[in-house]
Design a protein around this ligand. Sequence first.
Ligand code: CP3
Length: 342
Amino acid sequence: MGESPFLLACRRKPVPHTPVWFMRQAGRSLPEYLRLREGVPMLESCTRPDMVVEITMQPVRRYGVDAAIYYSDIMVPLKAIGVDLDIKPGVGPVIADPIRDAAGLETLRPLIPDDVPYVTEAVRGLTGELGGTPLIGFAGGPFTLASYLIEGGPSKNQDRTKAMMYGDPALWNAMMGRLADLTIAFLKVQVEAGASAIQVFDSWVGAVAPQDYRESVLPHTARIFAEIEALGVPRIHFGVGTGELLGLMGEAGADVVGVDWRVPLDEAVRRVEPGKALQGNLDPAVLFAPWEAVERRALDVLARGRTAEGHVFNLGHGVLPSTDPGVLARLVDLVHEASAEH
Ligand code: CP3
């Protein structure tokens, strides 16, 4: 397992080929996924180890990716500690009682492993099925979780979230502290059950300016990565629209910084401190263009990725729902073949 190209690249060691996996590879457009999920709500499917194992394995079998990502959602740990929420198809997470004051905050209790026995069971099952393919555990970053809890659902401008961050730092830091604890506890459950790497998805943190990130987000995220370091697995840190934050995201302490499609990887190398690998960053929308365009862009990502100390090929954000699985399979082959020649 230590020799897997994915883990080697995360550790900035030489690789036989550039490893590739896709954010949101599990549970999107695959017909075998849609069949399995028929009549089962999203959050319920996350609590059924047999379904989690099968859905996590589907893209590994189909595409031959170098890593599996655990099928779950960033909202699962919140649900597990009793937050009343749902994931509405086509909308996203919706919170029944948004948290906007100190009383609301008291409902966010610590997570213990017994809250998520299905995670331990599914991860154990997966490490058996996966053989040498590493499993990536994940959790939401504190800004992104706070944004769903405060706004009550998806938000374009994060206005209430930023109002709390700017206007009530004590409440904001208390909330971010609890969410960081939740993320640490949830990541520990996954790694202790056998996950070989973890990714923190702080998807919406790109809404924040660098000085506010440094003051109001970084201390919490840095604590997450510091606590996970002792577990000895590579740590990946990703957000969308974070071009101006890449340096600070590196400082927060992950081993691998995820880059969205807006910043070329050679430029990201200049923005992130030495001693980090990079992950990314083909625009997921390119997969809807003719194959020649996909190939040209993917080879460009590989070439720029060679300037990094380690490169894990990925999309610049998650697989879009109507992506043709055939194109993803072809892309995996291209990345493997083109990078093995170097
Ligand atoms: O990456 C994977 O393949 C593993 C599974 C995974 C899911 N969610 C399953 C899911 C992962 C890693 C996530 C992370 C997640 N969830 C993020 C961070 C990643 C990112 O895309 O930035 C965020 C912001 C969420 C919150 C969330 N959950 C959203 C925005 C949505 C989409 C709503 C929609 O239908 O458009 C979900 C639902 C969700 N999470 C689905 C899946 C398979 C779809 C549910 C369904 O089809 O019923």
